[in-house]
Design a protein around this ligand. Structure first.
Ligand SMILES: [Zn+2]
Length: 300
């Protein structure tokens, strides 16, 4: 499953290869890929064609391309719209030469009105992801994304507000990191890595976290993501804009995630894995002490 750094790599690729171009013919090859576009596949294709791509934006794992009017005039009379992409488990956005053979799981093809001879392709084996068109809110965010909090790489992320929310909630630190209404884009892997670096157990109650501790945690979240971005970011220079969640980063430099029974790189204690909300949490039992369980006082 692609995480935020991989999605950011795709965004950069779209910025480089798609922004500024005007769409031509749009073909929906599998209706499931546009199921979030409630008006249907034909409406999707008609609305998207002949539009100028103004920008490539991202919040958390959502990507969108704000659309302007094409040379033939306004494509809609009801404000600004954007093409929203969610990659789901296996979605890919590819910029391919127009004469390249179709991918086996090609779902949507977007051509362009220029001489670059490349097209944008949405390929998705499992079709959990998809494309849809949405009006933009006043903040310039598609309405479907408006409830998602800013992500930690966003310069406008409100660290003070995040800390206040943590103090006010009866939740635990990893649950909070994965809560898209508090902070977006932090997946299971990055959460485990940042918690290991911070020396925090995933089940720590957030109400007890001090402001410096929260700052430290956020700094580690950003560092882990930044390192992944640096690795993934080396490939976006090519024409092939790709994301499949299998970043080389994951093989090389993970400290906690996926390392059950391997020695902690800080203290040598074997890393443990625990079932956690239908997933797993990996942690070092020595560097990341579990919270003490408060026992009810024995009666009389
Ligand atoms: Zn350790």
């Amino acid at each position: 499953m692609p995480e935020l750094p991989e999605v950011e790599v795709v965004r950069r690729g779209l910025e480089r290869w798609i922004v500024g171009r005007t769409t031509a013919e749009v073909a929906v090859l599998h209706p499931r890929a546009v199921r979030r576009h409630v008006a249907g596949a034909a409406d999707f294709a008609a609305r998207l064609s002949g539009r100028r791509v103004l920008d490539a934006r991202r919040r958390g794992k959502y990507l969108w391309l704000p659309l302007g009017d094409g040379p033939s005039g306004p494509a809609s009379d009801d404000g600004d719209w954007a093409l929203l992409a969610h990659l789901g488990m296996s979605g890919q956005l590819l910029v391919q030469p127009a004469d390249a053979p179709d991918e086996k799981h090609l779902r949507v093809r977007v051509g362009f009105q220029d001489e670059l001879h490349t097209e944008l392709r949405f390929v998705d084996q499992r079709t959990f992801g998809g494309l849809s068109l949405h009006p933009l809110t006043e903040d310039g965010v598609p309405d479907a994304v408006a409830h998602i909090a800013r992500d930690p790489l966003d310069p406008e992320f409100d660290e003070e507000g995040f800390h206040r929310a943590l103090r006010a909630r009866r939740t635990t630190v990893k649950r909070a990191l994965l809560d898209q209404s508090l902070i977006s884009g932090v997946g299971n892997i990055y959460a485990d890595e940042a918690l290991w670096r911070t020396g925090l157990h995933y089940d720590r109650p957030t109400a007890a976290l001090t402001r410096p501790r929260v700052s430290e945690l956020l700094a580690h979240v950003r560092a882990v993501m930044g390192e992944a971005l640096a690795v993934g970011g080396t490939s976006f220079d090519s024409l092939y804009v790709n994301v499949n969640g299998e970043s080389g980063y994951f093989d090389r430099s993970l400290d906690a995630y996926g390392r059950e029974d391997e020695p902690c790189r800080r203290c040598g204690t074997p890393i443990r894995r625990r079932p956690w909300m239908n997933r797993s949490s990996y942690y070092c039992p020595r560097c990341q002490r579990p919270p003490r369980v408060r026992r009810p006082l024995a009666a009389g």
